[in-house]
Design a protein around this ligand. Structure first.
Ligand code: GLC
Length: 420
């Protein structure tokens, strides 16, 4: 199945890098501040990614426990990180570097799957019609400007660039298109699947890279769905069948480098979001926005390193794992890999954790961080507690005995080996 490697990996890295990284105030800065192409030009003229080190990026992803990486080839500002022959708004023209090539080669060298992000929206192309996202939408002559544009010309450019990316860089494992939003807003239309000729674009992807996964943001169903900056609360299902899904998440609310945004999520919260996603049969794509020089920001490197330390000991609860139909206790979530059930404890209870339905079904229990055996017992519903025995629990409950000291890891995980 096309998505086997993806559902196995569970954890990937998103990388937003471009001219906006130098502006350092959100990747939508051109739209938010209504900057003209001339205003924005300084970030092109002074683009200097001297610390963009694709190998270091790939190594960091691997050390964090991630199985794939997804890089912005072009974001909404239209700037291209590869040697496109269809525009001169590229990193090759700016600094004589094909960053996409550096990136795909580095990923393959580390054995990671290669993902690309490509913006459907393009604020720089002269035939991309104005919509509610466009930086020129509030100009006095916005309507006149729009009237002279022809989306068919842009569409050809879009398809041409996707063709370049899918023919010049070897096998691509994953493509994240972004984004389709047909609804009108603030008196301007949005853009729907017809604007991209989504069917033809998807067919082009299938023709050029038959094994590549494509996300759902062309506005038509493809291989997986993409909740953004929120966590689902149950496995995602459509017409009764489970969906392949991946939640994309930021470290601080911005995708592109945002220097003054200090809304950094803790490593604990992020590890919880990861294991929570896996418990619902999903993936997590965690974003970093390298800075204006292309370096991984120290605060991000520190967060990733904490997650990596946790992943080294707990990867079995994430990689190759998925949803379990057992109902977890209130302290945490289950993930399952074959006959192993993993209980990630989001809070540490005193002395015992009680697992409904599992009496007689567990052959062995241990803490995953240090492999230490955990005593288990079954207490009768009417049983009286004494110093060594917990009070009775509902029929079929398995009680796992815990040390008072919570293991010093982001999230303690109990591994339960099931009897069948
Ligand atoms: C949104 C934003 C964009 C970001 C993307 C990531 O659609 O427009 O800036 O790249 O989400 O999923």
């Amino acid at each position: 199945m096309r998505q086997d490697w993806f559902s196995d990996a569970r954890f990937g890295m998103f990388v937003h890098f471009g001219l906006y990284s130098a502006a350092a105030r959100h990747e939508w800065v051109q739209s938010f501040e209504r900057l003209t192409d001339a205003d924005y030009r300084q970030y092109f003229e002074h683009f200097d990614p001297d610390l963009f080190d694709a190998r270091a990026l790939a190594r960091t992803a691997k050390e964090t426990g991630m199985g794939y990486v997804v890089l912005t080839t072009k974001h909404h500002d239209g700037f291209c990180l590869w040697d496109s022959t269809l525009t001169d708004f590229t990193s090759t023209v700016a600094v004589d570097r094909d960053l996409v090539r550096e990136y795909v080669e580095a990923l393959r060298a580390e054995g990671l799957k290669v993902g690309l992000y490509h913006s459907l929206i393009d604020w720089r192309h002269p035939h991309f019609t104005l919509d509610w996202t466009h930086p020129r939408r509030d100009d006095d002559d916005a309507r006149d400007l729009d009237a002279g544009r022809d989306m068919a010309v842009y569409r050809e450019y879009l398809h041409g660039q996707v063709r370049e990316l899918l023919t010049e860089y070897g096998d691509i494992d994953y493509l994240f298109f972004d984004f389709t939003s047909p609804d009108e807003k603030d008196g301007w239309p949005g853009k729907g699947p017809d604007d991209w000729d989504a069917q033809a674009l998807l067919a082009l992807c299938r023709e050029l890279q038959p094994n590549m996964l494509v996300n759902d943001r062309l506005g038509i169903p493809a291989d997986f769905v993409t909740p953004e900056q929120y966590q689902p609360t149950a496995p995602l299902v459509r017409d009764g069948s489970p969906l392949v899904w991946e939640a994309c998440q930021t470290l601080n609310g911005s995708w592109g480098y945002h220097r003054d945004n200090t809304d950094q999520k803790s490593a604990t919260l992020l590890a919880q979001m990861l294991v929570d996603s896996v418990s619902m049969g999903g993936n997590m794509l965690l974003n970093i926005g390298p800075d204006g020089r292309g370096a991984i920001v120290p605060r991000d490197a520190a967060t990733l390193s904490e997650i990596g330390t946790w992943m080294r000991l707990h990867r079995d609860a994430v990689i190759g794992a998925g949803h379990s139909s057992f109902v977890p206790p209130r302290e945490g979530v289950y993930t399952r890999r074959g006959n192993r059930l993993y209980l990630s404890l989001f809070f540490w209870p005193m002395g015992f954790v009680h697992l409904p339905e599992l009496a007689g079904k567990v052959a062995y229990a241990r803490l995953l961080n240090d492999g230490s055996w955990l005593r288990t017992s079954v207490s009768d519903p009417g049983q009286e507690a004494d110093l060594m025995t917990p009070a009775g629990q509902a029929e079929g409950t398995l009680t796992v005995h815990l040390p008072v000291q919570r293991p010093d890891v982001l999230i303690p995980v109990i591994e339960l080996t099931l009897t069948d």
